[in-house]
Design a protein around this ligand. Structure first.
Ligand code: ATP
Length: 586
């Protein structure tokens, strides 16, 4: 398959501002791809070579790419850097360089194939040891010699991990369902397989080769993370118990890192909420799990929380996050910040999926297969059927320093809804009772030029919530306060790589921003209240025809939620229910 087919598709996707067109371009690309290459093309459209949990990054540094461009064009490094600084993107710089008639290019004239691109990039990603830099430069230069200027643009962005087309996994699944299923209605089946494997390539390949029948019998595979089930939020004990049919299992909401552990006799893997493989970061958790599990194969989920070993006190989220990404001082950090894993669910045991089993049955298996030790605990749920009792429990939780409660359905339908934020699990925090005391996590989709003191940077960011049904982002406020001066000055630089010249096809906005971005970065913010708004698209036509919802007086809470993908942002439905519950409490 010629790489030019992919490059053309990328260019078309980049130039559209309509989601439907974006999906159509993807459908066309999927149909043009031979079945045996489909998984590779699926990863490539996401700017990757493997699923996230494989942890493989191509990661060529800017300087190495510049060396390649010097090598194939004979241009001076300084001249190249000058052009790059003006254009701001090394991919477009490569494109300009190769399309310039005065550049003396070393070209082979052999058309670039997807197979060659994929295999070479995979080699680049896996090389280590002596001479790495030299070999990587040679490999990329070889590819660029076969590339047209357009192909070079996307190759360079891909090797640098900066492809950023903003094609959401759900948009890709829609396109797959249209190309190989029975149309968009097949997305449910395709999505179910994706939720069980988190592997776009595997799902693509299965659908293309085995059709919908193969997708419908798709099974959980140990070693491939299951997409986590998330909580809905409600604000009163009454509402919660009603929603759960009168009774629920109430547990403390622990404030740590969510972990999914895949345990086999051959080894244990750990995955984060974003499904990255974080096994190497928690050897202490692995050791604890190895000595407390009584099954050949097991997938369990829990919250990894930092603990003060002297007082047994659980410490806040900010403490355990210091354990993330450590390499050289890992041993010291394990001693400095000991952790416990507090398990709350079991999803798979000895060849059998448990996700369609009711919660209490999963809990029974969890208790049976895991022995509690110093490092491993199991949550202690209380079955509650009375709102007064639930309120007493949340008071105890809040007073003892927990974030709140998670109350879970226990009826025969209380399955594990992988990848979904529904109401089988409901989080209950005290602060929800006051107006928007809880923060929201929103996606930055655009920005406005600053004036006066803010000239040269952004005056405000355009923030959006996530619409799960449509896989789009809907605006809900402009955020201009809460940034310190240093961050404020850096904003254009932070978003430089995400800049596009029109609203992204997955962004629904009535407001014309001065700058548009690929929806990628998630920020946490406070707001004073939610109001009806004619300008925003979040909740449009839901409360009243022609109007949406807006957050009043939004303020940056100081946290860039890099642990969240844009699809993990607060959803439109959550904002709508926050608005409704706010009305009840005035
Ligand atoms: P927040 O932003 O409120 O910290 P979140 O957006 O990361 O939460 P939510 O869906 O709002 O995720 O809350 C659910 C999270 O709570 C789960 O992902 C899990 O990490 C955590 N959690 C803590 N204790 C429990 C528990 N007992 N059962 C289930 N989840 C729990």
């Amino acid at each position: 398959m010629k790489y030019s087919i992919i490059a053309d598709a990328y260019e078309n996707i980049e130039s559209t501002s309509k989601r439907l067109e974006m999906t159509n371009h993807l459908v066309k690309l999927i149909k043009q791809t031979p079945k045996d290459l489909l998984s590779k093309v699926a990863y490539l459209t996401q700017g990757k070579l493997h699923p996230d949990f494989d942890g493989v990054e191509i990661g060529m540094a800017e300087q190495m790419v510049i060396m390649c461009l010097v090598k194939i064009s004979g241009k001076k490094k300084a001249e190249l850097i000058k052009t790059w600084k003006i254009i701001g993107d090394l991919g477009s710089t490569a494109d300009k360089l190769l399309s310039d008639q005065y550049t003396i290019k070393l070209i082979t004239g052999v058309p670039l194939t997807v197979e060659k691109v994929y295999n070479t990039l995979d080699k680049i990603a896996h090389i280590s040891g002596k001479g790495t830099v030299r070999i990587k430069i040679r490999l990329l230069a070889n590819l660029l010699m076969d590339a047209t200027s357009k192909e070079a643009r996307y190759l360079v962005r891909t090797v640098m991990g900066k492809l950023r087309l903003g094609i959401g996994d759900m948009t890709f699944l829609d396109a797959l369902a249209i190309a190989y299923g029975e149309g968009k209605s097949s997305r449910v089946d395709v999505e179910r397989a994706y939720n069980m494997s988190s592997d776009l390539g595997l799902v693509s390949e299965t659908l293309a080769n085995e059709g919908l029948d193969g997708i419908r019998i798709f099974r959980i595979r140990i070693g491939r993370p299951i997409r986590p089930m998330l909580c809905g939020r409600l604000t009163t004990a009454d509402e919660i118990l009603k929603k759960l049919g009168g009774r629920g299992s109430a547990e403390f909401k622990y404030d740590g890192l969510r972990l999914q552990a895949h345990i086999t006799s051959k080894g244990i893997s750990l995955f984060s909420r974003r499904l990255e493989n974080i096994t190497s970061q928690f050897p202490d958790v692995i050791e604890s799990l190895a000595s407390s599990v009584n099954a050949d194969e097991l997938i369990v989920e829990g919250e990894c929380v930092a603990i003060d070993p002297n007082t047994d006190e659980l410490l806040p989220f900010q403490v355990v996050t210091q354990r993330r990404g450590r390499k050289h001082d890992l041993k010291r950090m394990i001693e400095k910040i000991p952790v416990v894993l507090i398990l709350f669910d079991a999803l798979y045991v000895d060849g059998k999926s448990l996700i369609d089993h009711p919660y209490l049955e999963r809990r029974r298996i969890l208790k049976k297969t895991v022995r509690e030790t110093n490092g491993i605990r199991v949550t202690n749920p209380l079955i509650i059927d009375n709102p007064v009792e639930l309120d007493k429990l949340i008071d105890t939780a809040t007073e003892t320093g927990y974030e709140g409660l998670v109350i879970k359905a226990i009826g025969s339908n209380s399955i594990y809804q992988a990848g979904a934020r529904g109401f089988l699990w409901i989080k209950y925090k005290r602060e929800y009772r006051s107006e928007m005391a809880d923060t929201v996590d929103l996606v930055v989709v655009g920005a406005f030029a600053g004036r006066g003191r803010r000239a040269g940077t952004y005056g405000a960011l355009l923030m959006a919530s996530y619409d799960e049904e449509l896989d789009t982002f809907k605006t809900v406020c402009k955020l201009g306060t809460g940034f310190d001066d240093v961050t404020l000055a850096k904003l254009p630089k932070i978003f430089e790589a995400d800049r596009i010249d029109h609203a992204h096809p997955r962004v629904e906005s009535k407001i014309e921003a001065d700058f548009w971005f690929v929806p990628r970065k998630v920020l946490e913010l406070f707001g004073s209240e939610l109001t009806l708004s004619p300008s925003h698209t979040c909740g449009l036509n839901i409360i009243r025809a022609g109007v949406g919802l807006a957050i009043r007086f939004p303020r940056f809470a100081g946290k860039w939620r890099d642990d969240k993908a844009s699809e993990d942002a607060t959803t439109v439905n959550e904002i709508i229910s926050m608005y409704r519950s706010q009305l009840k409490h005035v």
